[in-house]
Structure formats: C-alpha cells, structure tokens
Design a protein around this ligand. Structure first.
Ligand code: ADP
Ligand code: MG
Length: 563
C-alpha cells in the first residue's frame, strides 16, 4: 500500500481511543469539565453501566451559545492560551480533547446556558458530526448526555465488561471526586436509583462517612499538618487528608486515594510512600485506607504526561516522596494502639482449590501433591489441652502437639470444599438479618458475585442503595463475633483479584474455626482430632502453617539421657 495521510475521521477515532477507554473515562472528563466550570453541584446519571447513557448535569458557568460548536472541535479550549501556560495549569482540563473525543465515539447532546444569556442552546452530535443546533430554554449550567458509547467502534464495544463492572468503575470515580471536592455536592444515579450522594458541606470527613460509612470514618485520622521548615518555606507540597489508623486495613489496595492539586492520580511513587509509612504497622498483605491530598505549585508538577492525565511527573520527586511519608508517619504515630502483624495474613504457600473442569482438576491435584504430600497422620489419643491453645496427643511414635485453631481451620476448609463440590454447603438462617453497608464499588462487585456467594451459604439481599441484608451465613460461622467475621469475609469477596474465591474460603474457614485461648472439652478435642485424621492434608492449615508438631519417642529418650 502506498503511504497516505489518514482521513480526519480515522484520526479522530484513534485520538478518541487514547482518552476514552471505557464509560468511566467519559464520566471523568465530564466531571472535570464541570469542576473547571466552577460548579457547586454535579449530578451524574447512568443507565446500563454507562453503556446506554451517561449524563452529567452541572450548575457551572456554561458555554456562550456562539462558542458551543467550537467546544467540540479538536484542540479547542478556554483554559490555555499559549505554551507558557502549560507550566502553570490550574484547571483539570487544558488539552481540548475530551469533548471531540467523546463526540467521535458516541451520540452527544449538550444543553448549556451562561448566566449572561437569556436562553440556552442545544447541540447534538453523532459520531462527531453536528446533526442539530437550536435555542433551548434551560437554567444556567451545562447538561451533557452521552448515549450509545462506541456505537461506531464495534471493536471497542466488545472490550467493555459487564454493566455492573463498568458501573462500578463509574461509582468508584464519582466517590473519589467527591472526596477531592468536599464543597461540591455530588450525586450518582443508576437506573434512576441514587447510589451515592455527598452533601457539599466542605468537610472531607463528611464525605468519608458517605463513601466508607461511619464505622470506617471513625477509624481515620486527619493528617497532622507539619510545622517543619518545608511547610514554612511555602514551596514544598502541602499534604492533607485522612489516613486509616493501623487497625483499619483492607484486602485490596484500592482504598488508597491520592489527589495532586485536585486531580485524582494513580501515582505508584506516592502510593509506595504511603504504604512505607505504615511499615510494620499493618499485617502482611493488607492495605491501608487513606485519602491523601497534595497541593503544590503547578510548576512543580508535570501533568501533561498521559492523555487521560492519570500519571504525573514531579520536578523534585524525592522531596515529595519524603514529605508524604513523613506526614503520614507523623499522623500514625499519634494513633492509639499499633496492631501487631498476625500470622493469619502471612503469604504462605497454600493448597489450591480444586475446580470442576477435569483437566484443571488433574493439574490442581498435581500441585496439591507438590505442596503438601497427602501423608496421613497416625491415630492419636487425646491427653489434654495446653494453654487453651494446643491439644496434647499420643501416637505410636511419641507425642504430637496440635494447634487447635490451625487444625480446625484445615477441617473446615476441606469440609467447605467438599460440600461446595456437591453444591451442598450448609447454611444457617439468621434470626435477625445483619445489615451490611458497602461502598458503591464493593456493592457492584458483590452483585456480580452474588450467585457464587450463595453457593457458599451466604444469602445476601439488596436492600436499596449500597445496603445489603444478610439473611443466612455458612453454618460454620454461627458462633463468635459474626458481624466482624462477615465483614472480613465479605471484604475478601469484594476484591477484584482473580483468585479471590481461594482467599475467601480460607478466610471463611479461619473465622469458623475454634480460636486459640478457647477451652475445649475432652469430647470436642477427640472429635477434632478424629476429623483432622480424615482430612487429605492434615499436616498444615490452609495458610500453610503446621497443624501439629511431633516429639518422637526417640527424641524424648535422647532428651532425658535414656539412650
Ligand atoms: P478542556 O477541558 O481540555 O479545555 P474539553 O474538550 O473537555 O477540553 O472542553 C472544551 C471546552 O469546552 C472547555 O475548555 C470549556 O471552555 C468548555 N466546556 C466543556 N464542558 C463545560 C462545562 N461543563 N461547563 C462550561 N464549559 C465547558
Ligand atoms: Mg475537559
């Protein structure tokens, strides 16, 4: 083929691809435009996870009727005059790419009016072409409706995930912007149902309550402003926000939110700085909950690195890193009681869940064998309990000391797996249903996993908004602090991780198991040991810790100088 210049239509689709990856990208660009327009209220409405419709309504300054068509031209912006301005960007947008990109791959209707003009204007574009423009009565502000995203780019359309997943990304985004802008009143409606709403009171703490619930917000500490020289010089970054006390941690890293000059970024370096500040304060493999806001002079940070501006580059990254780490660490030092890492979360080798497909099953069995040789344990006679934690037993080869919690975990884990394989996990109805308040993304993930959770014995019923009613739990969970156990198990289930089910079952077994420190009767101990003997991998708990240690008759003889 000869070389030729691409048609403007192809060029605009390629460019759109850089900015608009999925429905949430559209919502992000529209929200940022509303914020730049000085809105005090931003309403987001979606249908079918944004695929069918996304609408953003603001009460910002609007666009003058004579400029509205221009706003959809490529590289048209009111936020930048010359190249010099690039070094002192104070708005979220500046590239003039969002509206034309959105218009290129969807059907857009904009209704906008400035305070100065008496009547507004309606502009409709399909696939980037203006098909209608007319006067329209409207309150000051802007409404952008985006319908049928990717209708003309089938390849993109195919890459979209389930509506609930795409919707989850949108609610995640809206809640993060609400956290970044506590003075703006945000709301999110999906299929006409309000999923989230912030008050616009100006208090970040209020938004934290809306997003994470009161229980979590209460465990968050306001970042203490540092009185050090950095803050006084006035040129270092100003760091504010909230970080979770060390007792508050989650299974996934997505509870970490970072804003730089009001822009939500996924900055690896800063994420690392925050996690480092928690060093030794969190159990292994767990992640903090934090909302950290950095404000620094626009010259100190280059946001023009990425088309969607999700990444930034700092002029003095070392200093920024140190300042963030110091501020967080300083705040945590004032926290009540540090939590010591518990072995429960240690990333030990573990036995994988066998799955039904025969090919995979063979593979899993192979792997199981590699990790834990399916060696049976001898028949054991219970002698007593030690420190309410260990069961002392005797076998043909000497003494065996069994960790009651680890042993029970192993028993329950295997029982759950075999019941699940028969689709017969026993479930226990609760006399009083438990109420679970989730954040929008958790709710979306759980909705997707609801059937799977049901097969594990959870009866979870949507109760409006992000509230769920838990009507039944797996029977093994009946004793103990149920709401705490459920919260942690559900936390595990609401991870996006590919192997979440594995962690989830382990967590379930862990919460169902008898604790260390719990007195057990002789009968209970005998029953537990008998059940352990029947498991296929009796020697380790599902986390990989040993369930028992063996003191052989030979060793005993040696220790006592008998041989
Ligand atoms: P950018 O935000 O980078 O300038 P966009 O394509 O997102 O580029 O928007 C183009 C222009 O349209 C903006 O510079 C702004 O002047 C105007 N605009 C877009 N959305 C709004 C809105 N919600 N309210 C007021 N003006 C808007
Ligand atoms: Mg913009």
């Amino acid at each position: 083929m000869p070389i030729r210049i691409l048609s403007p239509e192809v060029v605009s689709k390629i460019a759109a691809g850089e900015v608009i990856e999925r429905p949430a990208s559209v919502v992000k660009e529209l929200i940022e435009n509303s914020i730049d327009a000085g809105a005090s209220e931003i309403k987001v409405e979606v249908r079918q996870g944004g695929r069918r419709l996304m609408r953003v309504i603001d009460d910002g300054e609007g666009i003058p009727a004579e400029e509205v068509e221009l706003a959809f031209e490529r590289h048209s912006t009111s936020k930048l005059k010359d190249a010099e301005d690039l070094y002192r960007i104070a708005t979220l947008g500046f590239r003039g790419e969002a509206l034309p990109s959105i218009a290129a791959v969807s059907k857009v209707t904009m209704v906008t009016r400035t305070k100065e003009q008496e009547v507004g204007v309606l502009l409709r574009l399909e696939g980037g072409k203006v098909i209608k423009q007319q006067k329209k009565g409207a309150p000051p502000g802007t409404v952008v409706s985006v319908e049928d995203l990717f209708f003309n780019t089938p390849a993109r359309l195919k890459f979209l995930r389930k509506d609930s997943t795409e919707g989850g990304h949108i609610s995640d985004l809206v809640t993060r912007y609400a956290l970044a802008y506590p003075s703006i009143r945000f709301s999110l409606l999906s299929e006409g149902r309000t999923l989230f709403r912030s008050t616009g009171s100006g208090s970040l703490y209020d938004v934290l309550i809306e997003v994470y619930g009161l229980e979590t917000a209460r465990q968050m500490l306001e970042i203490a402003s540092l009185q050090g020289p950095v803050a006084e010089e006035g040129e270092g970054p100003k760091i504010s926000g909230y970080v979770g006390a060390p007792g508050l941690h989650r299974a996934s890293g997505r509870y970490l939110t970072i804003f730089i000059n009001g822009r939500w970024v996924r900055d690896q370096l800063l994420g690392y700085a925050i996690k480092e500040a928690y060093h030794t304060l969190l159990p292994k493999g767990r992640h903090p909950v934090a909302v950290v806001r950095l404000d620094l002079s626009p010259e100190e940070v280059d946001i023009n690195v990425h088309p969607a501006k999700a990444e930034v580059r700092f002029r003095r990254s070392g200093e920024v890193f140190a300042a963030v780490q110091k501020a967080v660490r300083h705040t945590l030092k004032g926290a009540p009681i540090p939590v010591v890492a518990s072995p429960r979360w240690a990333p030990e080798p573990r036995t994988p869940i066998s799955r039904p497909s025969p090919g995979q099953m063979a593979l899993e069995v192979q792997r199981t064998e590699e990790i834990v040789p399916p060696k049976k344990i001898p028949l054991l006679r219970v002698l007593g309990q030690l420190g309410c934690t260990y069961i002392i037993t005797e076998g043909p080869e000497g003494m065996y000391l069994i960790d009651q919690h680890a042993a029970h975990e192993r028993v329950l884990y295997e029982r759950l797996l075999s019941e699940r394989a028969k689709m017969a996990v026993s479930s226990q109805s609760l006399l009083e249903p438990l109420t679970l308040d989730l954040d929008p993304e958790e709710a979306a993930i759980l909705e997707e996993k609801q059937e799977t959770l049901r097969s594990w014995g959870f009866d979870l019923e949507p109760f409006g908004g992000q509230t769920y009613l838990l009507r039944a739990v797996p029977a093994i969970l009946k004793g103990g602090d149920l709401s705490q156990a459920v919260r942690e198990v559900i936390d595990e289930a609401s991870r996006q991780a590919a192997r979440w089910e594995e962690e989830f079952v382990i967590s379930l077994a862990c919460h169902g198991a008898v604790r260390a420190g719990q007195t057990m009767s002789d009968g209970e101990m005998r029953e537990l040991v008998r059940q352990l003997e029947e498991t296929s991998s009796p020697r380790t708990c599902p986390h990989g810790r040993p369930t028992m240690i063996h003191l052989s008759a030979e060793q005993l003889q040696k220790e006592f100088g008998r041989s």
